[in-house]
Design a protein around this ligand. Structure first.
Ligand code: SAH
Length: 311
């Protein structure tokens, strides 16, 4: 950033003979969208914007979008970058999945716009969300698009930035800890292990017309861990299909409710037993399913003890 500023030092000096004006100009550059472009590694765009601003043909303030992964729930799992952008946004467009503890860290006077989605009842269709982001940015706002977990893992982040690209809205993407990582850590289930799992597969268990349409033969391979997002409702069907495709009924499986938060609950069993254990257990979304021998390690490795009373 200093090097970039150096390139434009003389031009800016000529443009503003007054030191005070110069200082304000540079402050706007460093703290505004040009600085943000630079810090997120978009040097060419930053240089172009600075060039235009020094020539009086471009703005120092223009709208931008931060597509930020808010992690699985525990606010301590946010990245530094996520937190910094959360604190400087003018408006926050957020999902159901973002925990209330994380929402607490969004700048106090930012406008909050809730866009859903709970199962089967999409508060705002995806296309409308895409357009909303464009509109807010075009109004000159710093728009925080805050999502649970990681924006690029079952987060439809790709679709949102595609629309931003089409409309030439500057943006950056901030990865978050995806549920598979956060939840498995806090449940004491290592996703890989030298003896039990050499690979790990993330998939979605979302029901379509009452059935789960997955590549079952790929899921029942041994020596791997399978993590299933959005699988709470489909759990009985998932267990049934895995067994039907050759998985051992004794294969360990766990379902974790609201992992990494004080509301975390883990129910562990086998493919044969888990649907029965979960029935009537009153698990609340979001829930993540982990299948594989590694689930057994939890008996030894579970370390996180949530205390719901601490909420
Ligand atoms: N982008 C998100 C996933 C969105 S899909 C990510 O990277 O984590 C929503 C699914 O994520 C939920 O149905 C659930 O399966 C999972 N999930 C997200 N947060 C969770 C949490 N704290 N505990 C358990 N499951 C979670």
């Amino acid at each position: 950033m200093a090097a970039l500023a150096g390139e434009f030092r003389d031009v800016v000096k000529q443009r503003f003979s007054n030191g005070q004006q110069r200082r304000i100009f540079w402050e706007d550059v460093f703290q505004g969208p040009i600085g943000e472009l630079m810090l997120s590694g978009q040097e060419t765009q930053a240089r172009e914007a600075l060039q235009a601003a020094t020539m009086g043909s471009g703005e120092l303030h223009f709208g931008e979008v931060y597509l930020v992964g808010g992690g699985p729930g525990d606010p301590d799992l946010l990245t530094f970058r996520a937190l910094r952008l959360m604190q400087q946004a003018d408006v926050c467009v957020y999902d159901k999945l973002v925990s209330k503890e994380v929402m607490e860290l969004v700048r106090r006077d930012a406008e909050l716009i809730y866009v859903g989605k709970s199962r089967d009842q999409h508060t705002l269709p995806q296309e409308d969300i895409n357009q909303l982001l464009v509109r807010l940015a075009k109004e000159g706002k710093r728009v925080l698009r805050l999502k649970g977990g990681d924006p690029f893992i079952f987060g439809r982040g790709g679709e949102e930035i595609e629309t931003l690209m089409e409309h030439q809205v500057p943006f950056q993407v901030v990865p978050g800890i995806t549920a598979a990582n956060g939840v498995s850590s806090y449940a004491g289930i290592p996703l890989t292990h030298r003896d039990y799992a050499q690979s790990c597969l993330f998939t979605t268990g979302h029901l379509k017309d009452g059935s789960v349409d997955l590549d079952w033969p790929a899921l029942v391979r041994t020596g791997q861990t399978v993590v299933i997002y959005m699988g709470l409702v489909g759990l009985p069907e998932i267990c049934k299909q895995l067994i039907a495709h050759g998985a051992a009924p004794e294969l360990p499986i766990a379902i974790v409710q609201q992992g990494t938060t004080q509301r975390q609950r883990v129910v562990a069993g086998t493919l044969a037993s888990l649907p029965g254990q979960v029935e009537g257990a009153g698990l609340r979304a979001p829930c993540l399913i982990i299948v594989g021998e590694v689930v057994r390690l939890r008996e030894k490795l579970a370390w996180f003890a949530p205390s719901p009373a601490a909420e």
